[in-house]
Design a protein around this ligand. Structure first.
Ligand SMILES: Cc1cc2nc3c(=O)[nH]c(=O)nc-3n(C[C@H](O)[C@H](O)[C@H](O)COP(=O)(O)O)c2cc1C
Length: 221
């Protein structure tokens, strides 16, 4: 049975949303999966910056363009500053085998730290933009800054658009008969505390992978 949700369910308290880092109750009810990647760039002191990111969308424009819309970027973080200063960054996609190290970039977020190296990952120079990229990630998308917009009027967060200018991908991932892009060795998705709005019960699913589905006949009429 489908239920209507007009306001925050009692079981998802305001404090709970704040404690989670200002998530909304709608985040916990919908609990949509978002692709996980690490945005890398140089800080103004020449040190490596790495920022885990998930709320984003990717789409092609024409036959020769890929745009990334990072829905929410914190303007007080290093990533926003590095991107505005250098005009470029790299989006690095980890598979589950290196995710534990990517998470360590959060705890090594000081201005004077080389965050990629401190997390036990390998920094290598990007090919087309002025930024480091993460060798262990199976896909690196090098991007240039396009535009930004306030998420809501007066909000500290920005929606940021990037244009891909170069792609580097592990050949075993784009060969579906080898590792492929999906399943346990492919793209990772962030899942934010899926919650039952009636009981408040939370499922312990911090992240996920996607399994190829069954064929559905493409009949539009
Ligand atoms: C899985 C995951 C996804 C995240 N996604 C976002 C996001 O979409 N937007 C955001 O502003 N912060 C996000 N964060 C938080 C940032 O990664 C975190 O605040 C980071 O330390 C900021 O780094 P910076 O100072 O280099 O910008 C995410 C964190 C995790 C663990």
């Amino acid at each position: 049975m489908k239920k209507e949700f007009f306001t925050r369910p009692e079981k998802i308290t305001e404090q709970w949303c704040k404690d989670a880092g200002w998530f909304s109750w709608q985040d916990f009810v919908t609990a949509m999966p978002w692709p996980v990647f690490v945005v890398t760039g140089w800080k103004s002191n020449g040190k490596e910056n790495a920022c885990l990111q998930s709320w984003s969308a990717f789409h092609g424009v024409g036959t020769d363009g890929l745009i990334c819309i990072m829905s929410v970027v914190n303007t007080s973080g290093h990533m926003y500053r590095s991107l505005k200063e250098s005009g470029g960054c790299v989006l690095n996609f980890p598979s589950s085998d290196v995710y534990d190290r990517c998470i360590k970039t959060i705890g090594n977020n000081e201005f004077d730290t080389d965050e990629i190296t401190a997390a036990g990952l390998t920094a290598e120079p990007a090919v087309k933009v002025n930024a480091p990229r993460i060798q262990e990630c199976f896909l690196n998308i090098e991007c240039e800054f396009l535009w930004e917009h306030e998420v809501c009027e007066g909000s500290q967060e920005r929606t940021v658009a990037l244009k891909a200018v170069h792609i580097c991908m592990d050949s075993d991932r784009y060969d579906q008969s080898k590792l492929g892009r999906y399943g346990k060795t492919g793209y990772l998705f962030q899942i934010d505390q899926p919650t039952n709005p009636e009981t408040g019960e939370r499922a312990d699913i911090p992240c996920g992978v996607i399994e190829p589905g069954e064929h559905i006949e493409w009949k539009t009429k």
